[in-house]
Design a protein around this ligand. Structure first.
Ligand code: FMN
Length: 189
């Protein structure tokens, strides 16, 4: 697909089929992240591909988070259902990749590096789309918990987890929604 077509065609994917995404494919996709613009070329991006054991641990924690949303009146069985739905949802993502940003230097550098990692993340999403792989960039509570940092070996004093990429081959492509350009662009004298 032409780059301009990919820019418009890419969608966030929430539902994946069961086809696994190979490590080779993930390496191919994430390599495009390295080519993002980055002031002073600090290369602040870090990618952690979750192995099966880690994924299961996080899926259990995801279940806990979902269960925690139960109303106070909820009985044991509905709590269990919420937990199980959370666990299954997390496990239904064929691959999960955490993306973090090294946070060093002064405030300006930290902002710039954060922005650069976001650019890298968009490169990754676009490359994935071109290769038939879908992603959901997620910033839910599971990405922020202290235990997640520990489990993934990310030092919170040095790195900030920007989000997870839930990754796989799409089984459903949502319909996009955007305002027209004229609603958000203005021209000065
Ligand atoms: C910084 C950032 C954080 C996001 N976090 C979430 C999230 O936690 N959960 C979610 O469902 N989607 C998340 N998304 C994806 C957006 O929901 C998605 O981009 C939006 O619905 C527009 O859809 P599109 O990507 O298909 O154009 C996030 C996107 C960005 C850029």
């Amino acid at each position: 697909m032409d780059v301009l077509d990919v820019l418009k065609a890419r969608r966030t994917i929430f539902k994946f089929n069961s086809r696994p995404v190979s490590g080779e494919m993930l390496k191919r996709i994430f390599e495009f992240g390295l080519w993002a613009p980055n002031h002073h070329v600090t290369e602040p991006w870090r990618f952690v591909v979750l192995g099966e054991e880690t994924k299961q641990t996080l899926a259990r924690r995801y279940g806990d988070i979902q269960e925690g949303k139960a109303s106070e009146k909820a009985d044991e069985s509905s709590r269990k259902k919420l937990w199980q739905a959370g666990y299954d949802k997390f496990m239904s993502k064929p691959a999960v990749i955490a993306v973090s940003c090294v946070q060093e230097g002064d405030e300006q550098q930290r902002r710039e590096d954060y922005a650069a990692v976001c650019c890298a993340m968009q490169n990754v999403q676009l490359a994935a789309w071109e290769l038939g792989v879908g992603m959901q960039w997620s910033t839910g509570p599971i990405t922020m918990q202290k235990e997640t940092y520990e489990l993934l070996g990310v030092n919170p004093d040095r790195e900030y987890i920007i989000g997870f990429f839930y990754t796989g081959y799409p089984s459903e492509i949502p319909t996009p929604r955007r305002k027209p350009l004229d609603d958000v662009m203005r021209w000065t004298a």
